[in-house]
Ligand binder design. Structure first.
Ligand SMILES: [Zn+2]
Length: 265
């Protein structure tokens, strides 16, 4: 793991805040680091769920399609496992709340998250794409409608779409499963407009999510990293704010509010 460097100074935060205020269209890409700060264990790395229980099969989607009934039965039998428990009790942290604040201030226009934990929604984020899906939702593989888990009867497996009768699957994108095209499209539309991207709690190394952030930078936009650790993208970032999202993002919100107040007085 990369070394933990000194936390972002007030000057660094203020400089980043000024740059954010000068941008036209601000987007954020968030990842596992934000979930970890809400008590959800990461998948990879020390203490990671996959490190402990083994990686899920790389062809999980094909396994699902081959026998959806069996896949659903397995999923339901695992509901109370260590994999699902932390997700079911996790709450948004101050980092999630800060991104909602930025949206409400009219500063942040769109969030792409790699997290499936539902916490951005629970915090109240409106303009959001969950690129790897949302574990509380069930998606129709035919018409792509999402349903809340509680809204679908699981008495008969696999469940069928109430709208079109299509096969239903957890919205969480499995290994081997294409990212749903509606999500990809909205990510592409927004990253094409963005001239600044805040990358929080992720090293932006998992594609295609990373590509949407890197594209902003490649087009000459600004990239601001918020991360406890140096990452693969630290070198290309215009600002690299060291610290957890739950600490740094609220400081950014405060700095932005302060700069706006000063401009009015
Ligand atoms: Zn359907």
């Amino acid at each position: 793991m990369a070394k933990l460097s000194e936390r972002a100074s007030d000057d660094e935060i203020r400089a980043a805040a000024k740059t954010i205020l000068a941008a036209r269209y601000v987007m954020a890409l968030t990842g596992a680091g934000m979930s970890v700060e809400s008590g959800i264990p990461p998948f990879r790395g020390p203490g990671g769920l996959w490190t402990k229980y083994g990686e899920p099969p790389m062809n999980g989607y094909q396994i699902f399609l081959a026998d959806p009934k069996k896949a659903w039965e397995e999923r339901l039998s695992k509901r109370n496992d260590e994999l699902y428990k932390p997700l079911s009790i996790a709450k948004p942290n101050p980092g999630h709340v800060a991104l909602v604040d930025l949206e409400q201030l009219g500063v942040l226009r769109f969030v792409i998250t790699q997290n499936v934990d539902d916490l951005h929604r629970q915090a109240g984020q409106k303009a959001l794409a969950e690129i790897h899906g949302n574990w509380t939702l069930i998606r129709c593989l035919n018409c792509r409608t999402r349903f809340h888990g509680d809204a679908i009867s699981l008495e008969k497996l696999p469940p069928a779409c109430p709208r079109c009768g299509g096969l239903l699957k957890s919205d969480t994108v499995s290994f081997g499963e294409p990212i749903p095209i509606d999500v990809l499209n909205v990510c592409a539309e927004n990253s094409a407009k963005a001239d600044l991207v805040i990358v929080a709690g992720t090293s932006a190394s998992v594609y295609p999510a990373a590509g949407f952030a890197l594209e902003v930078k490649e087009r000459g936009g600004i990239m601001i990293e918020v991360n406890l650790y140096e990452s693969e993208i630290t070198q290309i970032c215009d600002f690299s704010l060291r610290g957890g999202s739950a600490e740094v993002l609220p400081r950014l919100v405060m700095a932005i509010a302060e700069i706006r107040r000063e401009a009015l007085s």
